[in-house]
Design a protein around this ligand. Sequence first.
Ligand code: SF4
Length: 442
Amino acid sequence: MAHPDTASGMRLTPDMPICQQDLPLDWYQPEFQPYAEEYLALPDRRAATVLPWMDGYVRPALDHFGPGLMLLAHYYMGGAIVKLVERYGGRIADSYELALKARENPDASVIVESAVHFMAESIAILARADQEVWITNPKSGCTMEMMAKEHMLEPAFEELQGRYGDDLLVVAYMNTSGRVKALAGRTGGAVCTSSNARAVVGWALRQNRRIFFVPDRHLGEVVAGWLGLEGEDLYVWPGGLAGGRQTIAGLGPAETARLDRSRMVLWGGFCGVHTLFQPAHVRYWRERGYRVLVHPECPKIVVDEADGAGSTKYLWAEAMSAPSGSRLAIATEGHFVRNARDQAALRGVEIVNVADIPTPEFSSMGCGCATMSRNDPPHLVAMLDLLRRGKAPDPNRVLPGDLVDETTAFRERLPAPERERIAREARAALERMIEITSRGAP
Ligand code: SF4
């Protein structure tokens, strides 16, 4: 059952727990509930119990689709589902690699993604015309992306464009909908991920235009700091609904003058999982001899205290290559840290979550991405079996420009001409990111 040669380096053992908690039955789509009922009736959640049940559905689907089926998952997936995806020949990756995986695979025609919606939509935007993309749970969204929906961001963009015209260049973090990425493409801007934000923002600064960076203000501040920008170079525009209501006229003369002096306007969005970390957490572990590594979605004051900062891929590589006997404290999504901790322990490396400090002074705990964890074994099993039987529900099909209600799974689709325009503009912003990244610009 162990698969030490997986791309991620993860290993699965018979006693490993598969999921961190069960979801209530009514959280599943109606078509998925029979599979969930079977899963909930299993005697336990150990790999040795869950895998034979999964095999009964997944193996026929793998045989049916052959190399045409591609399974993808993100590192933040809860429990051991990342290992399950690899067990069935799938791939685990960060959001940058996920976006590229499908189109790099000439055989893949059906892509099934276990992660959040913006990742699946990015795959769909870059996919070839003969590829279809499915998400195992359409209610799986990113709360940061939800703070920058098109109806919130577009009015702010129009305010800024009304004042700065073609000088405005949008850089959209990958954690945005296709519609917001299209906004970046329309201004000649680019998408970025945490693994290439420094290169992409560096490129944007060299265009000598005013950057509108959306939606993560913390990543924006961290990257701006790496590139030598500070203080009045940055202006934080409110995020969420408040951002859509804010007008420049409502800022008053002094604030407007500050806005005019800035080189980067940052949308005030954030990730609740990563803003939990504090500088004092970092100091706690450093004082105890741990090397502290953090994700740049953490506030800049946390990044400034740490020994290193980088993307999900960087953090995973550091954890997997740390020499035996070393001790690392990592500040990022909780399931990632737990998976890294379990895998590193097999090599004699100790890993802790930076926020896990059980003292009266802190009594804090790191947390996982709750929305990403809405994917579990029954979601994967049901999606594959329903696809094999030609009965996959439409809300699970991902098309560029879809507007998803993460509470109900309702999906508003654009008419074909509008969808093609959004896909074209968003693809331009993604392609620009790929070009900048593959050039290795500083
Ligand atoms: S960890 Fe935060 S930024 Fe990442 S997918 Fe979850 S909510 Fe979004």
